[in-house]
Design a protein around this ligand. Structure first.
Ligand code: FES
Length: 144
């Protein structure tokens, strides 16, 4: 069996939503201290809905595929839905990642959440801080 699914390869070779949104309503940047990969996600939000999402990822193929899939999954979604995005859902949408690459998808979840938090902060929108744990990404990951 191939190491990476066709979907992972497709999103790695033809990533969707690559780029920057200059006037983004929320920007989230996260990094993995161990591998040095960095992911930045930009959101346009209108009336409680993510109307556009873009990403810049300096990282491995799995991180790029995860960012691409995550941005596709959240576009057009209400913020409550976007808050519920998990790395597990991203991995499932990609038809799986090798176990030692699962942590790369965590970056996508964290970058999306960081962008939402940035949006809430900038607009004075109250939220439960427990929804945005401070734990740095992959802090406990021993896979690198
Ligand atoms: Fe660093 Fe994938 S995110 S190896």
């Amino acid at each position: 069996m191939a190491l990476y699914s066709e979907k992972v390869m497709d999103h790695f070779l033809h990533p969707r939503n690559v780029g920057v949104i200059e006037d983004a309503d929320g920007v989230g940047e996260v990094g993995n201290a161990k591998c040095g990969d960095i992911m930045k996600i930009f959101l346009k939000i209108d009336d409680g809905v993510v109307t556009d999402a873009k990403f810049s990822t300096f990282g491995c193929g799995s991180a790029i595929a995860s960012s691409s899939m995550a941005t596709e999954m959240i576009k057009g979604q209400p913020l409550e839905k976007v808050m519920e995005l998990t790395n597990k859902a991203v991995v499932e949408a990609l038809d799986g990642l090798p176990a030692y690459k699962l942590h790369c998808s965590v970056l996508a979840e964290e970058a999306v959440k960081a962008a939402l938090k940035d949006y809430f902060d900038k607009n004075g929108i109250p939220y439960d801080p427990a929804q945005f744990p401070e734990a740095p990404s992959c802090a406990s990951c021993e896979m690198h």
